[in-house]
Ligand binder design. Structure first.
Ligand code: SD4
Length: 325
């Protein structure tokens, strides 16, 4: 018997896995499953890295990135840095199903959601306000800037270009600081792949991005091929980690294309990681993949191990598998 249907997702976000599984068990589609799973994380605010009320940007606001991809049609819908809407994955699905576009961003993504009847809500929480205030008290470390200096009269920005280009070493130092904030306990984005009873594949992601990001920043998560990618004839992949780096390599696309040539999910994800590490040896992140035979695997870098959640006929109880990095 085929080890299908299957749901796999990043991190030990097992309630999300179960919410997606519930859909598949009721003979709903892979797209329904991915939306339900990512919604669960958005409402639960998985690890503070998904959904509202955490990881405010430099202006203190939480904004969300999400995408969904349908393996049957190859349609994609996504939102980048959407404001004031909690259910980013459902807005992404609306972009896919109610427009011929792929990605809407910022305020205009909010207006789109509003037109379709999505609730407009404040995405601040006590936690995000505390995080923001703490960052300001800590002199507003310009975590994601390089080659700039803070205005001395106003340390919390705006930032000015540095008079001279910094050395390669200084740039690397800045990047290292950014990496440190992503690893460790700061778990990430949900990235999920579901394959339904009919063997159709869907993928999706949802995240609030990175703490103190520059306002307007969009990460890898809503970018097809970066945050997630599926091909109904092959399988799917999804990523988590330092999205500013990941989106330069399209690791999900790369892993799926390797699987298409017959490579196993474990090897395909390892190769996708290698392509990043070659240029960014301090990269922190992970990619997981599953093929349409239900074989799965993941690869990671910069953390001790990467846990991912799975449920399928082979794992009838939701299970967290740990991949050493
Ligand atoms: C991003 N990849 O926005 C996402 C978030 C994440 O560690 O996974 N953070 O870069």
């Amino acid at each position: 018997s085929l080890p299908l249907p299957v749901v796999i997702n990043t991190w030990p976000f097992t309630n999300a896995t179960l919410a997606a599984w519930q859909m598949l068990s009721n003979n709903r589609t892979a797209v329904d499953a991915v939306e339900a799973g990512c919604t669960e994380c958005e409402l639960e605010r998985c690890d503070g890295s998904v959904g509202w009320g955490s990881n405010p940007d430099e202006a203190g606001e939480t904004t969300l990135d999400a995408m969904i991809m349908d393996g049957i049609t190859h349609d994609v819908g996504a939102v980048g840095a959407i404001r004031l809407v909690k259910t980013a994955i459902s807005v992404a699905r609306a972009v896919m199903e109610r427009t011929t576009h792929t990605l809407l961003v910022g305020d205009q993504a909010t207006s789109f959601a509003k037109q379709l009847g999505f609730q407009i809500s404040d995405l601040h929480s006590n936690k995000s306000v505390d995080m923001y205030n703490q960052w300001k008290q800590n002199n507003c470390q310009p975590n994601y800037w390089k080659n700039v200096v803070p205005d001395p009269t106003k340390f919390c920005g705006p930032y000015k270009p540095k008079p001279f280009p910094p050395s390669v070493h200084q740039v690397r130092q800045l990047s290292n600081d950014a990496y440190k904030r992503i690893g460790g306990d700061n778990h990430d984005t949900i990235g999920m792949i579901a394959i339904d009873m009919q063997g159709n594949v869907a993928g999706g992601t949802s995240t609030n991005g990175l703490n103190h990001k520059v306002p307007g920043r969009v990460g890898d998560s809503p970018i097809a091929g970066a945050g997630s990618y599926v091909d109904n004839e092959v399988g799917g992949a999804a990523g988590t980690g330092d999205g500013d780096i990941m989106m330069r390599f399209l690791p999900s696309f790369y892993a799926v294309m390797l699987m298409k040539t017959g490579v196993s999910p474990s090897v395909a994800t390892a190769e996708a990681m290698k392509s990043i590490i070659k240029y960014y040896p301090d990269f922190v992140g992970a990619v997981l993949a599953v093929n349409i035979r239900g074989e799965h695997g993941a690869a990671c870098h910069g953390i001790a191990q990467f846990p991912y959640s799975i449920i399928s006929p082979d794992y009838p109880q939701v299970t967290v598998l740990n991949v050493p990095c």
